[in-house]
Design a protein around this ligand. Structure first.
Ligand code: FES
Length: 392
């Protein structure tokens, strides 16, 4: 018997072929006597295979399977055992054919006798491109040696086949069975490691990979730094330029302003000091000395005429303000002792010249108007000017 146990399909085919085939299946091909004894049994088995003609109806799936295992419609032939022995080496060396019945596959026509179960199984597997059965080990061993290359070279392309219950050709039925078995094996096979890894990768949660630290300054910049920090720096540059331009504009304005003289906010130079009757004869009024810097004097000692004039309260020596000494009827400078008469003429001390007068006029309302913008000096003969005094 074979080293490999028979599959269920093989057992089913053998059971359908009949119990008479058992002696032939168990008989080694290398024993001529036993093979000769098994030849009639195989003939009986082949003759017992159902056919549509013999049954008068289409074959069932089981009957088609049995017929496929049997290698097609049996043909009775009385084959001598010696021919069976002689044909076994030819069957062993038969290569697998890609399509159609290969010439080296043992057939009842070639052998002139019915095939044994082992030969039938070997022929069916060779036709379907599978390895030889274990039960036909002696006969199929040489073919098994060249099976990988032959299978690779003779493996036919998968072709579309009708459903199993509609297949009438045993070869197509064998091919359909082979394709069905391959599909079941492919479906029941565990997924490859790569597919498992891909499935795990899909199920795994995405992990955030921290960025690798780098030493270069530019390499430390991320896309976020580029998009946020560069506009910020640009804003600083713009602010700097705006400040620079503002400073330059202010400097230009100040330079142009420096070209023009400043306007001094001085007090008005004219002041109304009242009516002439407000002043007494031979008297010096100091009401306007502190604020306006002059005395109002009414005297007749200059020209013998009762006149009113305004004397500037500044010493002609070095500018000190003299004081009116009513008891002595003179102006006395506290700085260097210069003395001036009530008329303003200097008579003692370092003062080089008399005091100065301001312009005095009578306004339309009758009040005396003193104008400090115009002065009159005695040494220049200006006291004779009518604007230097008014007649009371
Ligand atoms: Fe008046 Fe010198 S400042 S005397």
């Amino acid at each position: 018997m074979a080293n490999k146990p028979m599959t269920t399909a093989e057992k089913l085919a053998a059971a359908r072929a009949g119990a008479a085939a058992k002696p032939a299946e168990s008989a080694p091909a290398s024993q001529p006597a036993e093979a000769e004894a098994s030849a009639p049994a195989a003939h009986v088995e082949a003759a017992a295979a159902p056919t549509p003609a013999s049954l008068g109806r289409p074959l069932t799936l089981a009957e088609k399977l049995a017929a496929a295992r049997a290698g097609g419609a049996p043909k009775p032939a009385a084959a001598p055992a010696a021919k069976a022995v002689a044909s076994s080496p030819a069957a062993e060396s038969a290569p697998a054919a890609p399509a159609g019945p290969p010439p080296d596959i043992p057939t009842p026509e070639k052998l002139g006798r019915p095939l044994t179960i082992a030969e039938k199984l070997a022929a069916a597997r060779m036709m379907s491109g599978s390895a030889p059965a274990a039960g036909a080990k002696p006969a199929a061993k040489p073919a098994a040696a060249g099976a990988p290359k032959a299978a690779a070279a003779a493996k036919p392309a998968a072709r579309e086949l009708p459903p199993l219950d509609k297949i009438s050709d045993p070869k197509d039925l064998a091919e359909a069975l082979r394709q069905t078995a391959q599909k079941k094996i492919a479906e029941s096979a565990p997924p490859p490691p790569a597919a498992k890894a891909g499935a795990k990768a899909k199920d795994a949660k995405p992990q955030t990979v921290p960025p690798k630290p780098s030493k270069g300054l530019l390499s430390k910049l991320t896309r976020r730094d580029v998009t946020i920090h560069i506009p910020a720096n640009l804003a600083w540059v713009i602010a700097g330029w705006v400040a620079f331009n503002a400073g330059m504009t202010a400097l230009t304005v100040m330079t142009v302003r420096f070209l023009f003289p400043n306007v001094l906010a001085e007090p008005p130079s004219t002041v109304k000091i009242g009516y002439p009757t407000d002043y007494e004869k031979e008297d010096v009024n100091e009401r306007f000395k502190a604020e306006w810097g002059f005395w109002v004097v009414r005297s007749t000692k200059v020209n013998g005429v009762d006149e009113i004039y305004a004397l500037q309260s500044i010493c002609t020596h070095l500018g000190c303000p003299p004081n009116w000494l009513a008891a002595e009827q003179k102006f006395k400078c506290p700085c260097h002792g210069s003395g001036f008469y009530i008329s303003g003429i200097n008579f003692e001390g370092p003062a080089p010249r008399p005091l100065e007068r301001f312009k005095v006029t009578v306004a339309d309302d009758g009040q005396i108007v003193v104008d400090k913008s115009q002065k009159f000096q005695q040494e220049l003969g200006q006291w004779s000017d009518p604007d230097s005094f008014i007649v009371a």
